[in-house]
Design a protein around this ligand. Structure first.
Ligand code: 4M4
Length: 163
């Protein structure tokens, strides 16, 4: 797992959704969603299950306060990953509720998952290409510390944002 800890990735799913992931430590991730169904959403301190499946292949699995479940299989050396997202029905119907800095809206997520429908779930499984990778060290609170904005990925790739 050592090689993965502190990793900061930006990747594009084959459906064009662009996500940013920071592996803060062995049990925690931060992330930002730049484009796609819930573009603008960002999250810190999501607890995850992290395992190394074999050399160069890692699996991250977690369940979110919205009720969304996610499994991401990372193959950093191939610059590839596969993500499987299990959205409750309500997130597909009201994605805008989840577009926020979630840490400030945990009770709204919990209320919404009770108020609206869970089933049938909306599954999105896609491969993605890793377009940016660096290591920012573990427990770096600066990596994901503001909302995503248009052009942010270009700024990060250009080295205009230093953590
Ligand atoms: C729903 C969250 C979610 C889904 C897919 C991802 O690759 C991800 O990375 C941080 C997060």
């Amino acid at each position: 797992m050592k090689d993965l800890l502190g990793a900061h990735f930006i990747y594009e799913y084959e459906n064009s959704w662009k996500y940013e992931l920071y592996i803060k430590n062995e049990e925690t991730i931060d992330y930002r969603i730049h484009t796609g169904m819930v573009a603008g959403r960002w999250v810190r301190d999501q607890k995850v299950d992290m395992v190394k499946l074999t050399k160069g292949v890692y699996k991250l699995s977690w369940t979110e306060p919205t009720g969304t479940d996610v499994v991401v299989e990372l193959m950093p050396e191939e610059k590839r990953l596969h993500g499987m997202i299990f959205f409750p029905k309500w997130v597909e119907e009201h994605p805008e509720i989840t577009v926020c800095y979630q840490n400030d809206f945990i009770s709204l997520m919990h209320e919404s998952r009770e108020k609206f429908e869970t089933y049938p779930k909306h599954l999105v499984g896609e491969f993605a290409t890793i377009i940016f990778a660096e290591n920012c060290g573990i427990n770096n609170e600066k990596v994901i510390s503001c909302a995503p904005y248009d052009g942010m990925i270009a700024d990060i790739i250009a080295g205009k944002i230093v953590n």
